[in-house]
Design a protein around this ligand. Structure first.
Ligand code: PLP
Length: 252
């Protein structure tokens, strides 16, 4: 019998499917995993704007994670939008006895500027410390460093986890993503910016791709390199028009 590794995503729900849990599930399946998911927060959004958010009850999230852990324990977990400290605390507790690779995309605000985390960032720190890898963009890395009273380059030692600082939020035709390791070494991945409006959910997609490749037992550096190359290829293939704003990536 063929088995596919299970990747559990804990993420917000974007009804337009560009970001959040739907983007995660499409990514996981495109890369050969089986995706399970727990919704942390509902959002009201389309390809143009986020209009509102509402967090799911923490006890529902806890019960859903427990049910999945009993029956389909994941080979990797990906965490996206958390929304509030109450949700973060519930997830930290629910994952207490689970040991596998954990990729966390610290979603603080949407690209259109709508806040997606509503409590002080210091409330994220216990869960960040449990992560294998976090994937902030430059703005998010800056804000996390402020919460820890350190420089962004020092996040890996301050948190004890690897940090992939993505460069998509900086201007320019060439992007650099930096993998910073707690042991002190780093690796950079430089690539041309793909000219497409369909970039909604790039953070969700990249972090889910890395979690899927880690679930397939690839080493961290190889998983990051392969996920970046795969996302570049899918962005280049996103020659469709869906909605009137930043459309979705064509995952499959
Ligand atoms: N909605 C949800 C549920 C998300 O998880 C995210 C980002 O992670 C967004 C919206 C924002 O996506 P973008 O930064 O592409 O606007």
């Amino acid at each position: 019998m063929n088995t596919s590794p299970v990747i559990l995503t804990l993420a917000g729900f974007d009804p337009s499917g560009g970001a959040g849990l739907l983007a995660d599930i499409k990514t996981i399946h495109a890369l050969g995993g089986y995706g399970t998911g727990v919704i942390t927060a509902q959002t009201v959004q389309n390809t143009c704007h986020v209009r509102a958010t509402r967090m799911e009850p923490p006890e529902l999230i806890t019960a859903q994670i427990a049910a999945l852990m009993e029956d389909t324990p994941p080979a990797a977990v990906k965490i996206g939008m958390l929304g509030s400290a109450a949700v973060t605390d519930a997830i930290t507790a629910a994952l207490k006895d689970w040991q596998g690779p954990l990729v966390l995309d610290p979603v603080i605000a949407s690209s259109s500027g709508h806040p997606l985390y509503h409590d002080p960032l210091s409330t994220l720190l216990p869960l960040l410390r449990r992560a294998t890898l976090i994937t902030p963009n430059h703005a998010e890395a800056e804000q996390l460093a402020q919460a820890l009273d350190c420089e962004p380059q020092d996040l890996p030692t301050a948190l004890g986890c690897a940090v992939l600082r993505t460069g998509g939020d900086l201007a320019g035709g060439t992007l650099t993503d930096e993998l910073l390791m707690p042991e002190g070494w780093q690796q950079t991945f430089t690539h041309p910016r793909v000219d497409t409006p369909n970039t909604h959910g790039t953070g969700c997609t990249l972090s889910s791709a890395i979690a899927t490749l880690l679930a397939q037992k690839k080493p961290l550096e190889a998983a990051v390199a392969e996920a970046i190359a795969w996302m570049q290829q899918r962005l280049a293939a996103s020659t469709w028009q869906i909605g009137h704003g930043r459309g979705p990536i064509r995952h499959l």
